[in-house]
Design a protein around this ligand. Structure first.
Ligand SMILES: O=C1O[C@H](COP(=O)(O)O)[C@@H](O)[C@H](O)[C@H]1O
Length: 256
């Protein structure tokens, strides 16, 4: 049975360091077990801090980065290189410093990419990219060892926003129009796709996240609080700082 864990760290810096260390170990273990590793990145402030911490931790040399597949959970549909793209942020904070195999880095298409400014076509293209990396005989998705998510103040994860049509989407990847958080057009893995990951880590820091985290952990509805609807096949981990954990019931805080 899949387990759920909650780990609360003192502050955002300690949280970023701890998540970075955990990620390095997870990738090392995945490579020892399967020969390669697949990670799904997220965007946002805490994610950027985690990426910088991975870059700066000497233990990251123990990962064979040439055998890591890098995917994204969501993307702001903007031109390549735009500073607001999650890809741009991850490259600047971490990826540019790693000896990755460029063929194994899979950003979501940009708005000046092969499909132009058509996010539905970009989402379909990303679904095809995922399917092409799937193991024969498996569903049309590759193996995700770990999928990281930030948590929005409104409870969104990736670009699945509360009460938005994307919260009901069953295709693997979706365009998002009318996002309540700028920019308005995005692409995202959908909840059913997120929930195929071996481990899902929800990483949140700060008081502004405490309400959403508290509601998600208290069993909020997945359409009203998308963070409540995600889970890993083997493990779901809530990785929080004290401020973000402020509204988590004490009995849930001790889950391991
Ligand atoms: O727009 C987005 O926001 C969320 C949360 O970001 P944060 O800065 O509040 O931590 C992020 O998880 C998502 O990937 C991104 O597109």
């Amino acid at each position: 049975m899949a387990e759920t864990g909650v780990v609360v760290h003192a502050d955002p810096d300690v949280l970023a360091q701890a998540v970075a260390a955990r990620l390095i170990i997870k990738l090392i273990d995945a490579q020892a077990e399967r020969g390669s590793a697949g990670v799904v990145l997220t965007g946002g402030r805490v994610a950027a801090a985690v990426y910088r911490a991975v870059r700066d931790l000497p233990a990251s040399d123990a990962v064979d980065w040439s055998r890591v597949d890098v995917w994204w959970g969501d993307e702001r549909f903007l031109p390549a290189g735009d500073p607001d793209r999650n890809e741009t942020q991850a490259r600047a904070a971490l990826l540019d410093a790693l000896p990755l195999d460029p063929a194994r880095v899979h950003p979501m298409p940009a708005s000046d990419g092969p499909d132009g400014a058509d996010p539905e076509a970009a989402a379909a293209r990303y679904a095809d990219t995922l399917a092409a990396a799937a193991k024969p005989g498996h569903a049309a998705l590759p193996h995700f060892d770990v999928l990281m998510l930030g948590v929005g103040e409104d409870g969104h994860v990736a670009s699945v926003f509360p009460e938005h049509p994307v919260a009901y989407e069953t295709r693997p990847v979706s365009a998002v129009r009318g996002s309540p958080k700028p920019p308005p057009i995005r692409t995202t893995l959908t909840i059913p796709t997120i929930n195929t990951a071996e481990e899902v880590w929800l990483v949140a820091a700060g008081t502004d996240k405490s309400k959403a985290v508290g509601m998600a952990m208290a069993g909020g509805g997945p359409v009203q609080v998308p963070a409540a609807g995600v889970h890993g096949v083997e493990r779901t981990l809530w990785l929080l700082d004290r401020a973000a954990a402020a509204e988590v019931a004490p009995r849930l805080r001790s889950l391991r």
